[in-house]
Design a protein around this ligand. Sequence first.
Ligand code: HEM
Length: 407
Amino acid sequence: MTETTSKAQPSIVDFADKDIFPFLEQLRSQGSPVWDEKAQAWLVLDYDQCVEAEATEEVFGNVYMNADPILERLKGGKANITFSQGAEHARLRKFHLALLAAPPVESYRVNHVRPIIDFALDRIVDRGRADLMQDLAAQIVPRVICSLMGIPWEDDAKVARILELNDAILRFVGANYQGDDLREKALAASGELNQMLLPYIRERRENPTEDFISRVWLEAPTEYGDDLTEADAVAICRELYFAASDTTIHGTANALYLLLTDPAIRERVHADRGKALKSLVEEGLRLYNVVQLRHRLARMDTQLGGQTIRQGEMILLVHAAANRDPAHYECPAHADLDRKMAADHLAFGRGPRSCVGAQLARVEMREILGSVLDRLPNVRLDPDAEPPRFSGFYIRSHQPLNVVWDS
Ligand code: HEM
């Protein structure tokens, strides 16, 4: 880093509970990448630079390449896709892409997503008020992934426990893997999640059906070789669960926020559940960008945006800033349902590590939003309840989403 860029200035890590966008725009005016002393990382704010860095894993490696045993335990084991590198990652990714490709996702929509949305809405529809974050998004998404894995999704106690365990892990991740107490709780939560999964993993090995766990047993070994172990199956399923849950819950919350706060958008989506609804989901992802940033480690001395990055230095791909890059988007801070290439944002990342579950996430979000409009007449933010706040560091969303409707 240079002398000029290392001078004390606010850090991105101080903005978990503050409005982050003015800070990102002020940083952008200094160029990109910008060194953040407190984060000990280069912040990459520019859209093209993010795409460039994410395309070249041999230059900017995935941050889990040097994962320690604690992190491996936390994420369910070594066979978790995020730890794999090179050819092994490509093989494992091929399996995930087949599992989550458009044709199977359409059958997941019909057989898993729709019934669970109806179930969750049936529970609240007569109440006339709810927090759409806790009472809807957080109820639907984890049940969908349970259902896809063949785990009883109607079991309230089990779903609530899974959410608690996931939260314990996320609290430690959110604290940048610091704190003895948080670490112990996160490791205990990870162990309990493994134990919860294990009976299903064992059962499906003997009696495969069509669910995700069965497909891990039936298809992942042909990608790996024949030596997939029980521990490998646990690790693969743990990442599928982890990556699919909070991301989609909070992404749904952000799209709902846009729907509830922009009357013109709402009117268009009400009238058009095709293109307008699709664009709303993409603009929610672009503007509010659930996963605000991703880490990479420089594997060699290199240049990015005219800046020298030294081997071993960390870069933070700040997708929250890249998705509002004025060099890439007209009126970047404005939600525009007519935006051309609406889906070219970086909310799902780009390149060899990009999200394999993007199709499923989009389908879930569209279905939830459409159903809210269909089943909660005149749904609107509750003026007498706590308003939404846009907060969180790594994952950020608008909550609570206290609404009322005409019942
Ligand atoms: C709104 C919802 C979602 C968002 C915003 C999101 C975002 C992301 C991002 C940004 C990455 C790239 C990480 C990186 O470059 O380091 C990623 C990777 C991944 N996502 Fe998602 N995701 C979502 C939903 C899902 C769902 C529903 C699934 C599975 C059913 C899933 C599975 C994965 C997996 C397995 C990876 C790792 C891919 C690899 O290492 O090659 N995600 N996701």
